[in-house]
Design a protein around this ligand. Structure first.
Ligand SMILES: [Zn+2]
Length: 280
């Protein structure tokens, strides 16, 4: 992010390493993930799995909408743009709360699925796909960690936000994933890719997500951590209890320790009351 050479290796898995910049402390995958993730999302078997996952994540989407509802003290009918909207799960939850949802999605299959739900979704990766519409809220759910040039994307997002509008995003908590992988490794290792070196280009911490947002012209209002919210398998109750304990401990010590980071930032400027579409 700050182009300082000679990073320190923090974790290795297969041929990939997670390295950390000695200056800005950003954690990133080296060599960077190259198109494998986007190749994978075009596979049909992934799509079938994603359908089941999208349904089981509805509680997460509703929690995301409630986070936006807490910002919307006037109860206006805001326009929300969900960048990387997948199969439209979050947009469906937002519609249930009376928001006008719009989405863009890089996977053609997932975009088509969301369009089949009568959601305003366009296929592609252009953040300004709905030009000249602007938005009171832009959301990025588990998207930014896949983006090799996050500053370019965040700058483009700022352009489609109304002055005073909110950027609300969720990313995996990079230090949490590294810590978990290191703890699990002696016990036969983390099954699967705990750190996400196969998919994630950048592993954000609370500090580095603040840094990236501040450097692209946002005012960061809050960075909180929480459990991801979906736990499968026989140990799911134990895992959920463990995650909730860790998240609570994080609140006590003032450091986000949970598996995910929920970030609320704002495009500086005065919101215009006339921009919203009236009461919901
Ligand atoms: Zn750096």
């Amino acid at each position: 992010m700050c182009d300082t050479p000679a990073p320190v290796t923090r974790f290795t898995q297969g041929g990939a390493r997670v390295v950390q910049c000695v200056r800005c402390r950003l954690l990133y995958t080296d060599p960077p993930v190259s198109g494998r993730y986007y190749g994978a999302i075009r596979r049909q078997d992934w799509f079938v799995e994603a359908r089941a996952a999208a349904a089981s994540k509805m509680n997460v989407y509703l929690a995301h909408v409630r986070a936006i509802d807490r910002l919307n003290t006037g109860g206006a009918r805001w326009r929300i743009l969900d960048v990387g909207c997948g199969m439209g799960g979050f947009l469906s939850a937002a519609a249930a709360y009376g928001y006008d949802g719009y989405g863009i999605e890089a996977s053609a299959e997932q975009a088509a699925w969301a369009q089949g739900l009568h959601l305003s979704v366009r296929h592609g990766d252009a953040v300004d796909a709905f030009h000249p519409l602007t938005f009171q809220v832009v959301t990025l759910w588990e998207v930014l960690e896949h983006i090799p040039r996050p500053k370019e994307m965040l700058t483009a997002v700022r352009e489609v936000l109304e002055p005073g509008g909110y950027l609300v995003l969720g990313v995996p908590n990079g230090p949490h994933a590294l810590w978990k992988a290191k703890v699990l490794r002696p016990f036969g290792g983390a099954r699967g890719d705990v750190v996400g070196v196969g998919e994630h280009v950048v592993h954000y911490s609370a500090e580095t997500i603040r840094m990236v947002l501040a450097s692209t012209g946002y005012e960061v209002l809050s960075v909180r951590s929480g459990p991801v919210g979906v736990f499968d398998g026989a140990l799911r109750h134990v895992k959920r209890a463990g995650m909730e304990a860790l998240t609570a401990l994080g609140h006590l010590v003032g450091t986000p320790l949970g598996a995910s980071l929920l970030v609320v930032a704002r495009r500086p400027g005065e919101a215009s009351a006339a921009d919203a579409e009236g009461p919901r």
